[in-house]
Design a protein around this ligand. Structure first.
Ligand code: HEM
Length: 404
């Protein structure tokens, strides 16, 4: 085991993979002071996968963020803690499976198929508005608005409200993604969460009067059937879906397109024949995962690789490292869109495995197919892309592109 400190610097935030490699080679488990005042880091694929399935590790972990950021002012952040902690991502059984059952239906393959033509229309609208010849920022013009509009459409949020929702959600991502959140980040996240839930309350009231074919109406139906509780439990799921629905997909679109354009032979091969695109999207997810790690709290004392994990300890499952583990992937640092090894942990594993995976894959494939068709000579502009500096939600702040 290595004791790490000072792991997260600018070089790590730009490219964490050399650090992951060094940690992986040094052993499967380390103690790090860099995260939330101290956490266990799991570096190997097998352990990350097992941890996400292990009932001795609890998904209830939001208290750590709040305590870490608020020091002696925890009372200020009670609103955040009480609301967001109810989201199913942070719950164990029996609450978690009860809520997951309600939401599953909204994300099934048939629901996705019904969405496909609407997603294609949105992709066309966004790409039509871009002047690719003179250059554009892909993040601002496409990667940011597309997933936000898709998840808003799915949930029943009004078009006019997108930008505000995205800004609120960015504040949540900055807080949740920080390895050591500051009080200021926590306050902003709380204010945004409260604003978001007020807007959802208004939408819920509307849908109570006139239900529609959207997730908010589905949640209300479940509330009437006694499957989900009105108030914070219901609002927390709305906020979580909206947040999870676009922070991550945005970064898959950006990281994925950047990686493809940096490998022109693979870009050109897909252009000649886009048939392998679904596999290519999986490889882009593995290669530069939009979620780099997730956490669990130790609920029962346990020993892992000889280390004693105590009740309450935080365990971070390093998905970004697992996806580059050479025991699972041949030449893991190489992007290979024809790769068949499908063990990437980018969507997690076990009971909390991503509910939005099919939606994300559909969005990304639809977009990339259209970009490949429209702009065969698309390339990275001279101005370099900028990373967002978020160690969890790894993504680009800007991705300047040009199609001569
Ligand atoms: C590239 C896109 C995405 C990635 C990489 C991703 C990744 C993940 C990961 C790693 C988890 C598991 C977290 C854990 O176990 O702690 C997760 C869970 C979740 N994701 Fe995603 N996600 C993506 C897109 C989406 C979308 C589009 C939605 C919603 C529409 C979504 C909603 C959720 C929800 C609600 C959970 C919690 C599931 C549960 O607790 O049962 N995600 N996601």
């Amino acid at each position: 085991m290595v004791h790490t400190q000072g792991l997260i610097d600018a070089a790590f935030l730009d490219d964490p993979y050399p650090t992951y490699r060094a940690l992986r080679e040094a052993g499967p488990i380390h103690w790090s002071e860099d995260f939330f005042g101290g956490a266990w880091l799991l570096t190997h694929h097998a352990d990350v996968d097992a941890a996400l399935r292990d009932p001795r590790l609890s998904a209830q972990r939001t208290g750590g963020w709040v305590m870490d950021s608020a020091a002696n002012r925890r009372h200020e952040l009670l609103g955040f803690q009480q609301l967001f902690a109810r989201a199913m991502l942070f719950l164990d059984a029996p609450e978690h499976p009860r809520i997951r059952r309600v939401l599953n239906a909204g994300f099934r393959a048939d629901a996705m198929q019904r969405l496909a033509p609407r997603i294609k229309r949105l992709v066309d609208e966004l790409l039509d508005s871009v002047d690719a010849r003179s250059g554009f920022d892909f993040m601002q013009a496409v990667a940011r608005p597309l997933p936000a509009r898709v998840i808003a459409m799915l949930m029943g949020v009004d078009d006019a409200d997108h930008d505000e929702f995205v800004d609120w959600s960015d504040d949540l991502a900055a807080f949740i993604g920080a390895a050591r959140p500051t009080l200021d980040q926590a306050r902003r996240a709380q204010a945004s969460l409260v604003a978001m839930s007020h807007r959802f309350e208004a939408l819920l009231a509307q849908r109570r009067r006139a239900p529609a074919d959207d997730i908010v109406s589905r949640l209300l139906h479940a509330e009437a059937a006694g499957e989900i509780q009105a108030g914070p439990e219901l609002l927390a799921q709305c906020a979580m879906l909206l947040f999870a629905g676009h922070e991550t997909t945005r970064n898959l679109l950006g990281n994925g397109l950047r990686a493809l354009l940096a490998h022109p032979a693979q870009w050109q091969a897909l252009q000649r024949d886009p048939t392998p695109l679904p596999g290519a999207v999986r490889e882009l997810l593995r290669y530069d995962s939009p979620v780099q790690y997730t956490g669990r709290r130790v609920a029962c004392e346990m020993v892992l690789h000889g280390e004693q994990l105590r009740r309450g300890d935080l365990v971070l499952a390093l998905i970004g490292s697992a996806n580059r583990d050479p025991t699972c992937f041949t030449r893991p640092d190489v992007l290979d869109v024809t790769r068949r090894e499908a063990k990437s942990l980018s969507f997690g594993s076990g009971p909390h495995v991503c509910i939005g995976a099919a939606l994300t894959l559909l969005e990304t494939e639809t977009l990339l197919r259209e970009v490949l068709r429209r702009w065969p000579r698309l390339g990275l502009a001279e101005t370099a892309a900028r990373w967002n500096g978020n160690p969890v939600y790894r993504g680009l702040a800007s991705l300047p592109l040009r199609s001569p």
